[in-house]
Design a protein around this ligand. Structure first.
Ligand SMILES: Nc1ncnc2c1ncn2[C@@H]1O[C@H](COP(=O)(O)OP(=O)(O)OP(=O)(O)O)[C@@H](O)[C@H]1O
Ligand SMILES: [Mg+2]
Length: 361
């Protein structure tokens, strides 16, 4: 079942990639209500992505594909998105200068979303329901006798005034299939626990029966805030690049090519290893987006290694619908960057501008 779920999640992300890539391109050309509609549609596609990551979580390995993330904006968007539509009173406090984090955004979104869903269920039959969320910098000293090793963390507290947790259940709530709900699966917190643990973090619970519950997540953080690059001016004005896409999915080839073209670069499509070899032998390719799982007997690692033998200065980006399978440590596998699916125009822009900045340095 795990393998099946992982496979479905992966195919899902391929399909979603075409959706988000095309839509993000369309948004640039729209305005007013039409733009709003397209933006809403992208949000739905992103919600579907979180479903795909749930499926994949239960498949083999769920190594996070970490990216440096500007914490304040990430949490602000996430909390607003997750609290939207809840009728409970809610209060969100996010410290101004939060240190950056290096996280798998999809997984952390999932982990926090599971907790907020629980909180909203816990307050469902309370007279003055409230959910309070805080995100703050947190530093652990060597002398601290905590469960955390010393260093910088982000402390995220999600507190509700709902039904609370019985003392004897506290030990069990992270177990798979432990639930006290009629329609619960008992998988939400199990998943959250696994994700936080895989990120080197820790979860604390403070709760008493009928007195609400507080879930506190500690995530290892960088030692300073991380500024995400704003939409930079189109890098294409600086230099026209030759970019190859290696992917066995027609819809991925098409949508990514369209983005590359719109950015003013040349694109080359390879649907298998042989065509990729040919293209790199005959052309001076600057960047290559390489799908990790190609049909046939070669995978993206192999393709990458062979292409770099022909063109050692090739800048290669691993692009996969899986966040497991070692994509997390793409650098060790000799890739220069990673771009998880589904992606949008901005993701491609960011990769290209990283490449150009690297060249300028
Ligand atoms: N905020 C909360 N307040 C009270 N009890 C909670 C809270 N969060 C979790 N629990 C308890 O922990 C149990 C396990 O939670 P978990 O999210 O893993 O599963 P679930 O919510 O029951 O089902 P699923 O998330 O799979 O739909 C819940 O059934 C509930 O008893
Ligand atoms: Mg739950």
């Amino acid at each position: 079942l795990g393998v099946l779920a992982g496979g479905i999640g992966h195919d899902f992300n391929n399909i979603l990639s075409a959706v988000t890539a095309n839509l993000s391109l369309l948004i640039e050309k729209l305005s007013g209500e039409e733009k709003d509609i397209a933006e809403e549609t992208i949000k739905s596609a992103e919600a579907a992505k979180s479903l795909a990551s749930q499926l994949m979580f239960f498949s083999k390995g769920a190594a996070p594909l970490r990216e440096k993330t500007g914490t304040h904006k990430f949490f602000e968007n996430l909390f607003n998105f997750l609290l939207r539509g809840l009728s409970a009173a809610k209060n969100v406090y996010i410290e101004e200068n939060l240190n950056g984090i290096e996280i798998d955004r999809g997984q952390i979104t999932q982990a926090i979303s599971n907790i907020i869903i629980n909180a909203s269920q816990a307050v469902a039959s309370i007279s003055n329901p409230r959910i309070d969320i805080r995100a703050e910098n947190y530093y652990v000293n060597k002398e601290d006798k905590s469960n955390l090793s010393s260093g910088n963390y982000i402390r995220i507290s999600i507190k509700d005034n709902g039904c609370g947790i019985e003392e004897e259940n506290k030990k069990r709530i992270f177990e798979p299939y432990f639930t006290t709900k009629k329609k619960g699966n008992g998988l939400g917190l199990y998943m959250t626990y696994g994700i936080v643990k895989n990120h080197g973090g820790y979860i604390d619970i403070v709760s008493q029966k009928d007195k609400g519950a507080e879930f506190i997540i500690y995530l290892p953080a960088l030692s300073e805030p991380f500024k995400e690059k704003k939409d930079e001016p189109l890098s294409s004005s600086i230099k026209k690049l030759s970019i190859m896409i290696v992917d066995d999915e027609e819809m991925v080839l098409k949508s990514l090519s369209r983005i590359i073209k719109s950015l003013g670069h040349d694109f080359f499509q390879a649907k298998d290893f042989q065509s990729a070899l040919e293209i790199v032998s005959k052309n001076k390719i600057d960047l290559a987006f390489i799908d990790l799982t190609l049909k046939g007997d070669v995978d993206g690692y192999f393709v990458n290694a062979k292409l770099k033998e022909i063109n050692p200065s090739l800048y290669s980006i691993v692009s996969s619908g899986y966040s497991s399978q070692g994509v997390g440590n793409y650098k060790e596998r000799n890739f220069d960057a990673a771009m998880p699916k589904p992606y949008k125009l901005d993701d491609v822009k960011r990769i290209i501008s990283d490449y150009l900045n690297k060249d300028l340095r």
